[in-house]
Design a protein around this ligand. Structure first.
Ligand code: PEP
Ligand code: MG
Length: 576
């Protein structure tokens, strides 16, 4: 990264955000804003005409959503696209449509204002809920409401962009991210949102550079402004200078060459120059990603986030449905392994039967929720046992902070076994049971936990937020919430050492695992496995193949002695 520092020091035309999906792009911006709509109110003369206009607006909205649904299916697979199918169902809800039509007839008022009032009734309750999941659903309903109103106004729905541009917006919904990708969007930049938001995860799987949480970007940029987007380091250069353009054009040319070379890596083993093997696996968040894994050179799945299924299906999948999904996954990945993580519900993720919590991140999340809702948990455990007949499934518990949680899970597994015997289903109890290390208490007692678990996988996203006491989704504390903080690196080291002392393998599935800048250091820290989103795999594998175990260890030792995240990053950049 020689030259980058001086580029930053000698200019003021740049902003810094969170690097959310890797890649570089130079091009024109397109400001995407959801304009506020002015709602027509007042009485109408012709009720029939108003009813016809409302029905036509509904039809048009359905057509639009149908289109989004089919693009989503094509890009992300059937299951995840179900989010959009759920939106279609709201449009077809006979009760809602009936009430609106009735009110148009009786009150003789503008359909726009009646649509607004009816949708707002349900949204109001959701926005008021002290619950991020419900707030997200309210946003969905708001989207549908605006779509109908816009169609009543016969305005074009502007979710199309000028193709081949950089989309700059306040925030991005999963629907925006999908739709724009169809218009050949080159990069995403937003004012809000973080590394682990859905939009970021989708951008990474679609391989589109993204920088999120860039303060004041909308004040500085308009449609057509030339930008440089650096999804590796999170910088946005506005109206770049000749020097900046030259610097990044060189980098892009170099990157293209490297990417060409990376294609050859797919079938090569992930070993260091002196023969230490580092297993490289894929994180799967979106069903459509499973196909891509083999072509990116992954050895199986290191993290399958099952809570996504609830998002995709719109409901909690029962034991049979889960059995079907996990069995299918197991045979598609066979003979490689797939690590299925138990539902990580709560926090800012999906919340099922959760009480309202003042501090959801410190509340009933992950394994805590599951042990509090044993009947739900049992359905998942039984589905895992029924699906692991190929013996290639590992089961992993999120948010473990005590030994008791693993012991209780083992008791529950025994109960499930007895129930499966009674029900006569085929099952196996031969699967590894591992835990995520993502809470500081788990690091502190890693030696105890290692006696109960078959493996550890370090979740640096949460570990960082809990170690640094800095919300992973809050752009204001993004500087603290980064895994290069020496405090986090020391936690990783303690975990690996405790795991190895107890003869269990230690992997990592947080975002740090997919950052090629960190690869040499992570190898040096002793990680046995790294799991990341599929597009990051070639670059990380290339980094593994370029070092010796000895050099990696020396680098890790140096990093552990650094006093700041910036010093760690400089050290690693100098090594690249
Ligand atoms: C993590 O916390 O690092 C992790 C991999 O889990 P998630 O991002 O799903 O919370
Ligand atoms: Mg986590």
């Amino acid at each position: 990264m020689k030259g980058y520092d001086s580029l930053l020091r000698n200019s003021f035309n740049w902003l810094k955000g969170i690097p959310a999906a890797p890649g570089l792009y130079i091009g024109k911006s397109y400001i995407y804003s959801k304009e506020t709509i002015v709602i027509k109110d007042g009485t109408i003369d012709d009720v029939d005409e108003a009813l016809a206009a409302f029905r036509e607006a509904l039809e048009r909205s359905k057509k639009e959503l149908d289109k989004i649904f089919s693009v989503a299916k094509e890009k992300m697979g059937e299951q995840r696209a179900a989010i959009f199918e759920a939106q279609l169902l709201i449009l077809e809800d006979p009760d809602l449509v009936g009430v609106i039509e009735q009110r148009i007839v009786i009150e003789k008022r503008e359909p726009e204002s009646i649509v607004k009032e009816e949708f707002n009734k349900s949204m109001g309750m959701m926005f008021d809920a002290d619950d991020p999941y419900m707030k997200e659903r309210a946003n969905d309903i708001e989207d549908i409401r605006n779509r109908i109103i816009r169609n009543l106004k016969k305005e074009r729905w502007s979710s199309t962009i000028i193709s081949g541009t950089i989309v700059v917006s306040e925030m991005l919904t999963p629907a925006d991210t999908i739709l724009f990708s169809r218009n050949d969007v080159k990069a995403y930049v937003t004012e809000h949102g973080g590394l682990t938001s859905h939009a970021a995860i989708i951008a990474r799987s679609l391989n589109i550079p993204a920088v999120l949480g860039v303060p004041k970007i909308l004040e500085m940029v308009e449609t057509g402004t030339e930008l440089i987007v650096d999804g590796f380091y999170g910088y946005i250069f506005i109206d770049p200078t000749k020097e900046q353009l030259e610097f990044f054009r060189d980098k892009i040319a170099h990157l293209d060459e490297v990417n060409e070379g990376l294609k050859e890596l797919v079938d090569l083993p992930s070993v260091t120059l002196d023969g230490v093997e580092i297993e490289i696996q894929a994180n799967v968040d979106v069903s459509g990603e499973v196909e891509k894994i083999a072509t990116m050179g992954a050895k199986g799945i290191g993290l399958y986030r099952t809570e996504q299924l609830i998002e995709e299906l719109g409901e909690f999948p029962d034991e049979d449905t889960q059995t079907r999904i996990y069995s299918d996954l197991s045979s598609r990945i066979y003979p490689e392994m797939v690590t299925i993580r138990a539902f990580d519900l709560g926090g800012d993720k999906t919340r099922l039967f959760h009480p309202s919590e003042k501090n959801p991140f410190l509340g009933l999340r992950g394994i805590r929720f599951l042990l509090d809702n044993k009947e739900l948990f049992k359905q998942q455990v039984k589905a895992i046992m029924r699906s692991t007949l190929n013996r290639n499934i590992r089961f992993m518990l999120p948010m473990v902070s005590t030994v008791k949680e693993i012991r209780e899970t083992k008791e529950l597994i025994k109960e499930c076994e007895a129930e499966l015997q009674t029900s006569g289903h085929k099952y196996s109890d031969k699967f590894q049971l591992g835990i995520m290390i993502e809470v500081p208490s788990a690091v502190a007692i890693a030696d105890q936990l290692a006696k109960e678990a078959d493996f550890f996988s370090i979740g640096t996203n949460d570990l960082t937020q809990y170690v640094m006491a800095a919300d992973r989704g809050n752009a204001r504390v993004a500087g603290l919430a980064q895994a290069f903080q020496p405090a986090v690196l020391r936690m990783i080291k303690l975990t690996v050492d405790a795991g190895h002392a107890a003869n269990i393998w230690v992997g990592m599935c947080g975002e740090l695992a997919g950052n090629p800048l960190a690869t040499a250091m992570l190898v040096g820290l002793g990680l046995d496995e790294l799991s990341m989103s599929a597009p990051s795999i070639p670059a990380v594998k290339a980094a593994v193949r370029e070092i010796t175990g000895y050099d990696a260890q020396r680098l890790a030792d140096q990093a552990l002695q650094m006093a700041s995240a910036e010093a760690v990053i400089s050290l690693l950049q100098a090594h690249q």
